[in-house]
Write a protein that binds this ligand. Structure first.
Ligand SMILES: Nc1ncnc2c1ncn2[C@@H]1O[C@H](COP(=O)(O)OP(=O)(O)OP(=O)(O)O)[C@@H](O)[C@H]1O
Length: 308
């Protein structure tokens, strides 16, 4: 369990993390999303004590990271800046980490197997591909058999087989009851793997919700329906939990709270002809863009010929 309370980090007059509060619970994969510069890495660094908060607190399993007697058993983390001696083999790197943290030698073989590094374990880490380096970072994070696993952009550099592997790994760790906290810019991947999402923008929490809720809030359950008699259809569809909007004089209505199937059946039962019946699907990517539009720090230049 990770608990942040009013967590704030300032660098000079730049507020990287601005009064953030959230709880990352065990037994689930929680995705940490936000545009570039939103404060994700800074938050993750504070979680494992690599940066000190300007104010506020963050605890792991009830205590600040540094106050744990064996922190690698509490949190296994992969952050962007890795410090692996390029001349050392993966095996030697993991042995060195295990040795300095009192972790038994057999864990090294366990994590090498778990991360699929067997065939390259004796090779120099400096010669590793991005994907292999990523696997080695994850192996080091898992070495202490931690209750909480925190990975910054774990999918970076992985090929499709690697992406599938990490998906299975993360959901497996959560199923074992561990706390899994991962940041990523790959929305399609997050939609597949995350049970819960924390979205930040300009150092603040914008959403703390499930993938489904976020998509729903972005209009993911809207059905567009056009008919010859929109006023009559509006009357027929009205009910608890149903919201209907439409421009005066337009044949088209936007309906939330009913499925396309339900609307089609009501219209057919009452002999109202429909010209259009479209369930509007919103991807997590679209929901994310909508939510963070105001918070994007680094906008791309407008593509010529396209509206901004
Ligand atoms: N050591 C530092 N000194 C000054 N400013 C910093 C420092 N570290 C981060 N920042 C600033 O704090 C803000 C948050 O940065 P952070 O790296 O946490 O964002 P992020 O969400 O991880 O971004 P990305 O998705 O690009 O990795 C940015 O504006 C960044 O420039």
């Amino acid at each position: 369990m990770i608990e942040a309370r009013q967590l704030t980090k300032r660098y000079g007059d730049k507020t990287a993390v601005d009064g953030v509060s959230f709880t990352v619970r065990p037994g689930a994969v929680t995705g940490f999303l936000g545009p570039n510069g939103a404060g994700k890495s800074t938050t993750m660094r504070m979680i494992i004590g690599l940066d000190a908060p300007t104010s506020g607190t963050v605890t792991v399993n009830g205590r600040p990271y540094a106050r744990h007697a064996a922190p690698l058993h509490e949190v296994g983390a992969l952050l962007e800046a890795r410090s692996i001696h390029p001349g050392r083999s993966a095996f030697d790197h993991l042995m060195a980490v295990a040795h300095t943290h009192g972790i038994p030698r057999r864990r090294v073989s366990d994590v090498i197997e778990q991360t699929g590094l067997q065939s390259v374990a004796r090779k120099r880490a400096g010669a590793f591909s991005l994907g292999m380096g990523q696997r080695l970072g994850i192996a080091a994070a898992l070495l202490g058999d931690p209750q909480t696993v925190m990975l910054d952009e774990p999918v970076n550099g992985l090929d499709p087989e690697g992406v599938l592997w990490i998906r299975t790994l993360l959901t497996g760790l959560a199923a074992e009851g561990r706390t899994v906290f991962i940041s990523s810019h790959l929305m399609s991947e997050m939609a597949l793997v995350a049970d819960h999402l924390i979205v930040v923008g300009r150092g603040r929490v914008l959403a703390d919700t499930t993938v489904q809720e976020l998509v729903l809030q972005a209009g993911g359950d809207t059905v567009v329906v056009a008919s010859a008699d929109p006023a009559e259809l509006r009357r027929l569809l009205a009910g608890p939990g149903v919201e209907i909007t439409g421009r005066p004089g337009s044949e088209q209505l936007s309906v939330t709270g009913l499925s396309a199937r339900e609307i089609g059946l009501v219209a057919a039962t009452h002999g109202v002809a429909l010209f259009e019946l479209t369930a509007k699907t919103v991807s997590l990517e679209e929901a994310f863009m909508e939510l963070t539009r105001e918070s994007v720090e680094y906008h791309s230049a407008t593509v010529p010929g396209r509206a901004a």
